[in-house]
Write a protein that binds this ligand. Structure first.
Ligand code: 6R9
Length: 647
């Protein structure tokens, strides 16, 4: 039985919504969905007001999602220019460097100037409305400035996480046919240098990369880098040649704002496409209510801009709301395990939004590194990226938040653009491990494997029955894949890929992915992606990858590898394969455990029985279920005898 915290007793009475306020607003949002979203759209400024609110069909044969589609606006204007009248000298971005001695505050006026100059540089490089521009950046202000500059001129940004390998970067440049890549000489994380420009060079050399014309480079660490004089340009040199004035492009609400690649259950990452109007309304509204954001609050989301959390809750949501958003270049445990809380004290952070994997890693260091800091400025804590285990929740609540700060456990996805299920501080009773209630306009349902909706307390597949403005619109360049991935399994509804339980109070508990997607330290990783990287190795014949419970990462990556005939297994080969996957995809995809499997358990039709592989990886082989359909049941005993995860 988990503790239920009555948050009303703990937060100041002046939260934006109380329980009755949330309930009334939710009721309205469902009873008159169009009317609700028509009204809420006033959270952003429109150039040409919309007259049409919603045009949606979740039917497979006629799938389309449009919001505010005859209106026009500019996302950058909303995040920057419109604040100049009232808060030009207020801080927009606080930047905290990897090195605790380095930080920076950027006002809205300065942000405006930087974004305009950056946008003019992009134009000078030939960027036009609709172009896809790839960003491969460290967590420096220029990352946010570059995103906003793209939005300003109507270019579509595709941010690729700086931890991805040159191969992964090349695949993403190729898929969206980028003509420009924006990067830095190097990144810095935990005093380690990340050779970003060298990775761009390697990606550009790929034969699949045929559209890339220009590389714009931010000087960050000042490292020596290779230079291609016809292709590469320094930002600081080009900025000296442009002026501060750059008008905002008038964009249709349904013009693309960005593409963000994410892992699915098949091998190739999908280019999730978000458009301008609905996304911005949804990001701004959810940022305001979930984080109970009030003017002057210092808000910190610890994510990287390479993930959707960084897009919606470092850049677009907070800046659309005129907030003070903190960007952190470093890692939680450098120079010490107190770093997060030292940053909170130094910048008087009121709202801190981080991931369970970071909380678990810091929890392992004990309470002392937390207790030596004050954290008195904190008012609200947030969690995102994976289910938070009650033990980590309790520690976050008692030790970090001193039992004073509600925790918002926010469930959402790259595809959803913003938070869909979360408590609201002051309005929702908290339960450790539960994301609790749907936000405005969100109609979650739980269906069984046949698609039958389950009522009341139930467990099954989590689907969403109606659209919301922040929903993705398509998979870039592959609309059929969008339809097949999200709307084919349970006709007429959006399938999240997650499992969930709804308790008797109506609160949701996300149980994790029900497809072949792993969640490693809050990062999505398709098992098929890791498998194809492994089989690309000349000595690997076959590979199957599953997740297993991992104390810090949530899930670890467990690979079963069958070697080519005549290749001897060895620990050296094992480390070589780990290195290989790091090179093919990036460090986040590196297998934690590799088991040599002379053969894999397959059905007579040749399908790998992942259920069995998962059980063995979990060290739970006592109950393997029905193995009678296996072509060779003997395979299983060998797997059990040689399992790598023994508790
Ligand atoms: C925002 C983000 C999405 C997947 C999602 C789910 C898991 C995210 C969660 C959570 C339980 C939460 N997830 N938040 N599970 N509780 N609060 O993380 O997007 O990278 O696309 O991952 O992450 O499995 O389906 P993304």
């Amino acid at each position: 039985m988990s503790t239920i915290y009555d948050v009303k007793a703990e937060v100041a009475a002046d939260t934006l919504l109380d329980k009755a306020g949330y309930e009334a607003m939710y009721r309205d949002s469902v009873a008159d969905n169009e009317g609700f979203w028509k009204k809420q759209a006033a959270i952003v400024d429109w150039i040409k007001p919309f007259s049409k609110v919603k045009d949606v069909s979740f039917a497979r044969e006629d799938l389309h999602i449009r919001w505010y589609y005859d209106g026009t606006l500019n996302a950058c204007y909303n995040c920057v220019d419109r604040h100049l009248a009232t808060k030009a000298d207020d801080v927009a971005i606080i930047w905290e460097g990897d090195d605790p001695q380095r930080d920076l505050k950027i006002t809205y006026r300065e942000l405006h100037k930087r974004v305009c100059r950056f946008a003019n540089v992009l134009k000078k490089l030939g960027a036009k409305k609709g172009d896809r521009i790839t960003l491969y950046m460290p967590m420096i202000p220029e990352a946010a400035v570059a995103m906003l500059a793209c939005a300003r001129i109507g270019a579509v940004h595709s941010v690729v996480f700086g931890g991805f390998s040159p191969d992964a970067l090349a695949g993403r440049i190729h898929d969206c046919e980028s003509n420009i890549v924006i990067t830095a000489d190097e990144g810095l994380r935990g005093a380690k240098k990340i050779p970003l420009k060298a990775s761009v060079d390697a990606a550009a050399a790929h034969e699949s990369v045929t559209t890339l014309e220009k590389v714009l480079v931010v000087r960050n660490t000042g490292a020596d880098i290779e230079w291609d004089a016809g292709r590469d340009h320094w930002l600081h040199e080009m900025e000296a040649e442009v002026d501060d004035d750059c008008p905002c492009e008038e964009m249709s609400a349904e013009d693309p704002l960005f593409i963000l690649y994410t892992s699915g259950s098949t091998g190739k990452p999908k280019g999730v496409l978000h458009t301008t109007g609905g996304y911005l309304v949804y990001a701004a509204l959810t940022h305001k209510y979930v984080f109970d954001y009030k003017p002057g609050d210092v808000y910190w989301c610890t994510a990287d801009v390479g993930w959707v959390t960084g897009h919606s809750y470092i850049v677009y949501g907070p800046l659309a709301n005129g907030a003070i958003t903190l960007m952190f270049e470093g890692v939680p445990n450098y120079p010490s395990a107190s770093r997060f809380w030292e940053v909170c004290d130094k910048h008087q952070v009121n709202i801190c939004y981080t991931a369970p994997t970071a909380i678990r890693a810091l929890m392992r260091e004990g309470d002392a590194p937390v207790k030596k800091t004050s954290r008195a400025s904190l008012r609200l804590l947030g969690s995102v990226g994976e289910p938070i285990n009650p033990e980590a929740w309790e520690w976050y609540y008692h030790v970090v938040g001193d039992e004073r700060c509600p925790i918002v456990d926010t469930w959402w996805q790259t595809e959803t653009g913003g938070i869909l299920i979360s408590p609201l501080p002051g309005a929702t009773a908290l339960k450790p491990g539960s994301a609790t209630r749907p936000l405005f306009g969100i109609q979650p349902a739980i269906v069984d494997s046949e698609g039958v909706e389950l009522e009341g307390a139930a467990e099954g597949n989590l689907v969403i029955s109606d659209s919301w403005p922040g929903q993705m619109r398509t998979v870039y360049g592959d609309h059929q894949r969008f339809v097949d991935t999200y709307f084919a399994t349970f006709p007429g509804r959006y399938f999240t890929g997650d499992g969930a339980r709804r308790d008797k109070d109506g609160d949701y508990w996300i149980t994790g992915r029900v497809d072949d997607v792993l969640n490693v330290s809050g990062h999505r990783m398709g098992t098929a992606e890791v498998e194809s990287a492994l089989v690309a190795h000349p000595q690997v014949a076959e590979a199957a990858v599953v997740g297993y419970p991992h104390d810090i990462k949530g899930q670890g990556i467990y690979a079963y590898v069958t070697l080519m005939d005549g290749v001897a297994s060895s620990d050296d080969l094992r480390s070589e394969l780990v290195k290989w996957v790091r090179k093919e995809i990036g460090p986040i995809a590196a297998p934690d455990l590799i088991q040599w499997a002379p053969s894999l358990p397959k059905t007579r039709s040749g399908k790998i029985m992942r259920r069995i592989l998962r059980k063995v990886a979990e060290d739970e082989f006592g109950n393997l279920g029905d193995t009678s359909t296996l072509a060779d049941p003997g395979v299983v005993q060998d797997l059990i005898d040689n399992r790598m995860n023994r508790s």
